[in-house]
Design a protein around this ligand. Structure first.
Ligand code: ZN
Ligand code: ZN
Length: 291
């Protein structure tokens, strides 16, 4: 269920931010600053996804937007909302994590655990949608916050639906009903040896100081340790609802990416020959990573 291993890390950007970044790319092309390979990488990453899962691109020189609909690139009107894009697009806006610190502080209040969890996930989602944090930062942040109950189950709130999910055995499932307030426990407190303060590895006695746990508490402790072990091996790095869908942009482009075989400078069609070399050789198409 991890979403990021094969995908680049993603972030939200406004059309305005994208246009400014691509104007910088266009300027670098015009003055011959980029090699064909550098240009290929930049352009290949300069693709964007809207909230309808359509992929977009922006021509770095003429600034025209295109989107990919029904298998073809078409001229598009300027998008209106935020767009998802790989973090590699050199947008000159720092990634600010201020939302993380405000979230951390506010959880120390007296909110009920479930309400606090909903609030954290919603706040983190807003931070992602506004472009303050990347998809991977969002995933790491949310996966730190789970609620545990005394049966050793883990609870979290879906990133997209806001619905409650419970981790049972090997996977997250949509929960039918929330845990009752009496069932929710502080896992770390429960599995800490009351004598030496080390984490208990066995339900019958502490392997560090040999303190024997009470016989009545052993089944509960056993459930917690089994649940913890299952969660760590199957669920700890996954979310029930991924922050972003896998990044699968179209393999082709609405324009050609070319490079000079002599000086290596990249260009974007339709110029047939290098503007910098004399005599000027014909430009050659650049092979992209996705092809
Ligand atoms: Zn101990
Ligand atoms: Zn050249």
């Amino acid at each position: 269920m991890t979403t990021t291993n094969s995908s680049p890390d993603l972030v939200m950007r406004s059309p305005d931010q994208i246009e400014r970044a691509m104007a910088d790319v266009g300027y670098s092309i015009v003055i011959g600053r980029l090699s064909g390979d550098e240009l290929g990488v930049l352009v290949e990453d300069a693709r964007f996804r809207d909230d309808l899962s359509r992929y977009w691109t922006l021509h770095p020189i003429d600034g025209a937007w295109s989107y990919y609909v029904d298998g073809v690139w078409s001229p598009a009107p300027r998008p209106t909302g935020m767009l998802e894009t790989p973090v590699t697009l050199p947008v000159m806006t720092p990634l600010i994590s201020r939302d993380e610190s405000s979230i951390e502080q506010s959880t120390s209040g007296a909110r009920a655990p479930l309400e606090a969890l909903r609030w954290i996930v919603q706040g983190t989602r807003n931070a992602y949608l506004q472009g303050s944090i990347t998809a991977e930062q969002t995933r790491m942040l949310i996966s730190q916050y789970v609620i545990t109950d005394r049966h050793g189950r883990y609870w979290t709130v879906g990133f997209r639906s806001g619905g409650l999910h419970v981790f049972s055995e090997t996977e997250w499932r949509a929960a039918q009903a929330p845990p009752s307030p009496e069932e929710i426990v502080d896992l770390i407190l429960q599995i800490t040896c009351p004598n030496c303060r080390d984490i208990l590895l066995s339900s019958s006695k502490c392997t560090h100081c040999q303190y024997e746990t009470s016989p009545e508490g052993r089944q509960g402790l056993e459930d917690l340790l089994v649940g913890l072990s299952a969660y760590l091996s199957h669920g700890a790095d996954a979310l029930p609802e991924p922050v972003a869908d896998p990044w699968r942009p179209p393999e082709n482009f609405p324009y050609m990416i070319l490079a000079c075989p002599e000086c290596g400078r990249g260009d974007i069609g339709p110029l047939p020959a290098c503007r910098f070399c004399d005599p000027s050789p014909q430009l050659q198409p650049v092979m992209l990573r996705s092809q």
